[in-house]
Ligand binder design. Structure first.
Ligand code: ZN
Length: 538
């Protein structure tokens, strides 16, 4: 193996000698090519005019900086029609004509610049035996050309924050190539429109619900179909539903407060008859307690890893759980199953009020009461009747005052119950949901509207939107009506969102990438530099 191939020099360059001077490896290299092409007319010439040397820094070798002394030549151009009479020898891909740094060293410095930036880059460079300065690193990063040529047909537009969330920029994503196409320094409609004007090939633009981006697309890419991003539409819907639920919950709370106050005034040992359940065996109690403690431990672990920045997917892998369960727990923000277990429903329940009445009237014989309820149609065990009587001996059971007791939910948690796919709810959640729907007619209607809209969204049935809007307008539910009004103002785009498969889903991931790059830059993210680093991220 020759020295020149050991150093990775291109064919036509030969090592003459090397020497170590002040810790720098000085390598004398001669060009052995017998001809070179004229840069103007491209004709090859072998007529040598003169010899000269040029210096170029090269990539480090064995931890030492390398300085190449290149012995090269000047040639006569043999083309009589060419204006260039004499030209210098070209070493094209290896060394640009007037460069003092080889192309491969230049690429290393760019990589350092993109990965670290500025002062830190200089320190890293010196560790890697690459002599460079902060300004030269920045200059190189800023010089990198961005690929303007690629056409983009499906564009995703969203905003992102830089400089501690006080300033916002716009991120433009090529939804087909899953690539950030550009960053804009603000979220003004003029800026985004100007960018889109230079891309007349855009056919679809996926955007949020803001009027700013809507008018940017109208002005900059009037030919494109605007698609309101489904995530943003669903978010708007959930906000409307939360307002509605908050209102209904408040109304029902005010209504039931009177009844509850009456019950509470009679002391804490009162047990509403709906909450009665047979006492659990000791071993069952223990099993339940153990499981609950285990789940609680898991939940704490999930929280800890989430704070460390692990994704739901990674946490799920570590704990051997489903990623969806992890997300659910994090979304609910409470320890799973920390609510008291819902009452166990038994065949006896419908007969409990009767037995209670007889007990209060003085009939305390279990056998007798069992006979009586059996006569009324009870087909369960005698034991269950005795267990109910056991409870009556220790607690005073009361029949409730008419208003149905609802499970405790905040409007925020309840929205989640309303918005989720019914098939993804567990048994307790389904029961809770049913309780709310039964309690208020308006909640039944709301639930149907919400699920219908979400189904339209899942199955891309945008054609049904008009019918849905009409029904909502006639529903008398003010919060949903104002959501529908918002949709009307942006109907074409929302309908497109409910019809076309494209979405901004990936844009969020790209914004996360921008955040990571920004963080590595230690807050020195001047916009043009940030843009370069995002577009050239490794
Ligand atoms: Zn020429």
């Amino acid at each position: 193996m020759s020295f020149s191939s050991l150093l990775g020099l291109p064919a036509g360059l030969q090592v003459l000698s090397f020497d170590l001077v002040n810790k720098v490896l000085i390598i004398q290299v001669a060009s052995t090519a017998c001809e070179s092409a004229c840069p103007v007319c491209q004709r090859h010439s072998s007529r040598i005019h003169s010899h000269y040397t040029r210096k170029a820094a090269d990539v480090a070798c064995g931890g030492r900086q390398v300085q190449l002394i290149l012995h090269v030549r000047k040639f006569f151009c043999t083309n009589r029609d060419c204006p260039r009479k004499i030209f210098t020898e070209r070493l094209t891909a290896f060394l640009e004509p007037w460069a003092r740094v080889t192309t491969r060293l230049s690429q290393e410095i760019e990589a350092i610049g993109l990965a670290t930036c500025g002062r830190l880059g200089t320190r890293l460079g010196s560790r890697l035996s690459i002599g460079t300065s902060r300004t030269s690193i920045l200059r190189r990063v800023m010089k990198l050309a961005t690929s303007e040529a690629d056409e983009v047909s499906h564009l995703g537009v969203d905003d992102f924050s830089f400089r501690r969330g006080r300033t916002f920029g716009t991120v433009l994503v090529d939804l087909h190539r899953h690539q950030i196409r550009d960053l804009l320094p603000d979220r003004q409609k003029e800026t985004a429109a100007a960018w889109m004007k230079t891309h007349p090939e855009i056919t679809h633009v996926s955007r949020d619900r803001s009027s700013e981006y809507a008018s940017a697309v109208s002005a900059g890419a009037p030919q494109a179909i605007q698609v309101a991003d489904r995530f943003h539409v669903a978010k708007n819907l959930s906000e409307a539903v939360q307002q509605l639920l908050a209102r209904v919950l408040l109304e029902s709370k005010t209504a039931s407060q009177g009844a509850e106050a009456a019950t509470e005034a009679r002391g804490g040992s009162l047990l509403p008859i709906e909450e009665w359940r047979p006492a659990q065996e000791e071993s069952v109690k223990q099993t339940i307690a153990t499981r609950r403690a285990e789940r609680q431990d898991r939940y704490q672990q999930v929280l800890a890893w989430c704070e460390q920045g692990l994704t739901s997917q990674e946490i799920a892998l570590r704990l051997g759980m489903k990623a969806r369960t992890v997300r659910d727990w994090l979304h609910k923000g409470v320890a799973p199953d920390s609510r008291p277990r819902r009452k166990y429903r038994s065949d006896f329940d419908p007969y409990a009020p009767y037995v209670l009445k007889r007990w209060q009237a003085g009939e305390h014989s279990g056998r007798q009461l069992w006979r009586e309820v059996r006569f009324q149609g009870y087909s369960g065990s005698e034991r269950m009747v005795y267990r109910f009587l056991e409870t009556l001996k220790t607690k005073e059971i009361v029949t409730s005052a008419g208003t149905p007791r609802l499970p405790h939910y905040t409007s925020r948690a309840l929205v989640w119950l309303f918005m989720r796919h019914p098939g993804h709810l567990d048994e307790i959640e389904r029961e809770d949901l049913a309780a709310f729907r039964l309690a208020h007619a308006s909640l039944t209607t709301t639930y149907q509207f919400v699920q219908d809209f979400l189904q339209m969204m899942r199955d891309r049935e945008g054609a049904r939107l008009d019918a849905w809007l009409t029904q909502v307008h006639e529903s008398g539910l003010p919060e949903l009506q104002s959501f529908a009004q918002g949709v009307e103002q942006d109907k074409a785009a929302v309908q497109a969102g409910l019809t076309h498969p494209i979405s901004n889903g990936q844009v969020e991931g790209q914004v996360t990438k921008i955040k990571l790059i920004k963080r590595m830059m230690y807050g020195r993210a001047e916009f043009p530099l940030l843009r370069q680093r995002v577009l050239h991220a490794l």
